[in-house]
Write a protein of this length. Structure first.
Ligand code: ATP
Ligand code: SF4
Ligand code: MG
Length: 353
């Protein structure tokens, strides 16, 4: 388990082994309709050599959190508070020049949208080589060689020819692999992979996940893996952060969360997954309702309008008090430990098969 924070509301300092530390992060966007509270008091730590999985429905703030780590939000329309440190260096409020130096070299991101991340005007090879040349001082020729090597690593056939192709000459899956090559070219110490394998077929998906594991073993990189696929997390991540409406609602080791989940939202996510053993005609159990608008999130526990356990909590705590996330293995929910255990064992576990 990585070091965990005491509560979302009163975070403790980063642990001694923390490589990336995020404390009480808030990210707000000013829009015509009002202020979007995309990330609302998030804290977590990540050690070197570890993989943290981040899961949550669409719009829960996964990408926004990680773009904040890389310093990629537009400062004119984005308000960021809290503290992010990488290897002891404070990133929040750092000068653009400092962040630029770190991006692509010490920290890199595999973006969710491969097409948007690659420029249509430059060859794939040039785009892969660019950060390598910039950060290592290699020559153009060495850069091209490195690009071919990376294209080979991510499984592009005939890499010495395809290195001169433009992104539109690549298929969707190949573009995604090219972007992965671009992110890995400088062996980053922190790699953020945002849905890195969604557009890929299962065999290539496995190759890419293996490649990330190799990178980690060779260089001790820390990885954040954002995914909708709890199966990917189960095989790849050490720890897991479950996000809902811009907040962390549960965290722990992958094993703890997959075998003994404590939060009704996590129960919903697990119950809505297709089971290998299930009949093809068996209906899935989606979480009722939809994620809230982040312009005006619900009071108290943000999950309360969709939660089937509100009546189990005395008084109006679910609607009135925001549950905090305690130290260590934790779930932000007003149910007591005994209730969490009983409801999971009696109502949820039988559904998971
Ligand atoms: N630049 C922006 N301006 C205004 N709102 C934004 C902006 N970027 C993101 N948002 C909003 O912030 C919220 C969180 O978005 P984010 O992209 O982090 O979701 P996500 O968890 O990555 O979802 P997905 O799984 O679909 O990728 C969403 O409501 C989104 O609409
Ligand atoms: S705090 Fe209340 S509404 Fe939120 S998950 Fe727990 S039981 Fe459900
Ligand atoms: Mg996203």
């Amino acid at each position: 388990m990585t070091t965990l924070t005491k509560t979302e509301d009163a975070p403790v300092p980063a642990g001694p082994d923390s490589f990336l530390s995020v404390r009480d992060l808030h990210v707000r966007f000013s829009t015509e309709d009002g202020v979007v509270k995309a990330v609302d008091g998030l804290s977590f730590d990540l050690e070197r050599g570890k993989t943290l999985g981040i899961v949550g429905e669409s719009g829960s703030g996964k990408s926004v959190t990680n773009l904040a780590v890389l310093g990629l939000h537009n400062p004119k329309s984005t308000e960021i508070t809290g503290e992010i440190t990488l290897d002891g260096e404070t990133l929040t409020g750092a000068r653009e020049k400092t962040l630029e130096k770190l991006r692509g070299n010490k920290m890199a991101m595999i973006f969710q949208d491969a097409l948007a991340a690659l420029s249509p005007y430059y060859t794939v090879g040039r785009q892969i080589a660019e950060p390598f040349i910039k950060h290592t001082g290699a020559s153009k020729r060495e850069g091209r060689q490195r690009a071919i090597e990376m294209l080979t690593k991510v499984g592009i056939p005939q890499p010495n020819l395809r290195v001169d192709d433009y992104p539109h000459q690549f298929s969707g899956g190949m573009r995604q692999r090219a972007m992965i090559a671009m992110a890995l070219v400088c062996n980053p110490a922190l790699l953020i992979a945002d849905e890195p394998t969604t557009a890929l077929d299962v065999t290539v998906q496995a190759q890419i996940l293996d490649l990330l594991k190799d990178l980690q073993q060779e260089f001790g990189s820390a990885i954040i893996l954002i995914t909708h696929d709890l199966g990917v997390v189960a095989n790849t991540a050490d720890d897991l952060l479950v996000m809902y409406a811009g907040r962390a609602v549960e965290r722990g080791s992958v094993k703890e969360i997959l075998t003994q989940p404590q939060h009704p939202y996590t129960w919903g996510l697990l119950s809505s997954m297709p089971r290998l053993s299930s009949d093809v005609n068996e209906a899935l159990n989606p979480i009722p309702g939809a994620p809230p608008s982040l312009l005006d999130p619900p009071t108290g526990c943000a999950f309360h309008p969709r939660c089937g356990f509100v009546d189990e909590v005395a008084g109006a705590s679910c609607t009135g008090d925001r549950p905090s996330l305690a130290l260590g293995r934790a779930a932000a929910c007003h149910l007591n430990a005994e209730q969490k255990q009983t409801f999971f064992t009696e109502q949820i576990k039988p559904r998971l098969g």
